[in-house]
Design a protein around this ligand. Structure first.
Ligand SMILES: NC(=O)c1ccc[n+]([C@@H]2O[C@H](COP(=O)([O-])OP(=O)(O)OC[C@H]3O[C@@H](n4cnc5c(N)ncnc54)[C@H](OP(=O)(O)O)[C@@H]3O)[C@@H](O)[C@H]2O)c1
Length: 333
């Protein structure tokens, strides 16, 4: 068993932590507030703000990890665009704090990064394509990548748009929001011309744990096998529910919280096929996953959404209080 410290306790951290626990590893999550997702709530947790080097050192000294997964926010791209310094303070400086705290420890690290490190001019990007961050979030994550890669035994896993049931999440994802609305015949307004290679949360957890348990370094891309627009995806979800796809309307991306995102947020990999640890872990097609998820809606009970989170720091309150009526007026993955 290895001791794994996972920075973050949100959607990805909770699923990665759960999978690592099932595989027999000792897992501790670290974030500023107590875990609130169903997957992360049952895991061990310590408070830490990665922007504070002393807190990072304290938690690293307490856990003495053999391995680290960096899967913390801020993940709200619109928030990062409004506060680039704040985004850099957590992602870029936070990465330096973690690397510094790990110095002298033989800890392997996986950083969950993003397709926003690319400008989005090309339909899809692979590992050897030159980076050109699309926005402040992409710049902060690229700086974090550089800090982790300079630290040594690190793999950067750039992940495309993640989806799955996330009814109790901090920011329910595109699939969850579309599915919940379309299931009851409610209309959905979706940014037009925004292209993704969506990847199922289970595949993110499977690749992260497999690569953490490998010796590969550098960058690996994880995108789903289908490149599609948000509009096409939402209409497919409607069709799967047997409701009218015309409930999905396209609105100009610039009028939505997606304005600062690249037109193409799509990833593919030229490395993955050569990594034996990923054999048998080909990411599922989003249309097949839609059908499976909709057939198993009881995966998680839908809890009441509380408009405020008592212990939420003011700066990030907006992302915690999701307003379903605003649909995509507010940032979500
Ligand atoms: N979801 C996607 O589609 C996607 C795709 C590609 C990459 N990613 C990356 O994956 C990471 C996790 O994404 P997610 O979807 O799991 O996000 P999430 O559900 O919003 O969770 C983010 C987590 O980070 C923690 N956090 C935020 N600021 C922190 C700080 N200063 N110190 C310590 N912890 C902090 C949050 O808890 P507290 O607020 O309590 O601290 C929360 O537990 C992000 O870096 C994101 O960029 C996500």
């Amino acid at each position: 068993m290895t001791r794994v410290l996972v920075f973050g306790s949100g959607y990805i951290a909770g699923h990665v932590g759960t999978r690592l626990t099932r595989l027999g590893h000792g897992v501790v999550l670290g974030s500023r507030r107590r875990p609130r997702t169903p997957e992360s709530r049952g895991l061990r947790w310590l408070p830490v703000d990665v922007a504070d080097p002393r807190q990072v050192r304290t938690v690293v000294d307490a856990v003495r990890p053999d391995a680290v997964v960096a899967a913390h926010g801020p993940s709200d791209i619109t928030w990062c665009e409004a506060d680039p310094a704040g985004a850099a303070a957590v992602h870029a400086a936070g990465a330096r704090h973690v690397v510094s705290a790990l110095a002298g420890r033989p800890a392997r690290t996986v950083l969950i990064s993003t397709d926003n490190v690319f400008a989005g001019h090309a339909d899809s990007c692979t590992e050897s394509d030159p980076t050109e961050p699309a926005n402040a979030y992409g710049r902060a994550k690229l700086a974090a990548e550089a800090a982790y890669l300079a630290g040594g035994d690190t793999l950067v896993l750039r992940v495309s748009l993640v989806y799955g049931w996330d009814r109790a999440g901090l920011r329910p994802n595109f699939f969850t929001t579309c599915a919940e609305r379309l299931a009851v015949g409610a209309p959905v307004a979706v940014p037009d011309e925004h292209w993704n290679t969506p990847v199922l949360i289970d595949d993110v957890a499977a690749w992260t744990t497999a690569l953490l348990d490998s010796a590969h370094t550098g960058v690996v891309h994880l995108g789903g096998p289908r490149r599609l627009s948000r509009v096409r995806w939402a209409r497919h979800i409607a069709t799967t529910y047997g409701v009218d796809p015309a409930l999905v309307t396209a609105v100009p991306q610039g009028d939505t919280a997606y304005a600062c995102r690249p037109r193409n947020a799509c990833l593919h990999s030229e490395r993955a096929a050569h990594l034996p640890e990923l054999r048998g872990l080909a990411p599922v097609d989003v249309f097949a996953a839609d059908a499976a998820l909709i057939a198993a809606p009881a995966g998680l009970p839908a809890p009441p959404r509380t408009p405020t989170v008592p212990d939420a720091p003011a700066a990030l309150d907006a992302s915690a209080a999701f307003d379903a009526s605003a649909v995509f007026g507010r940032d979500q993955p």
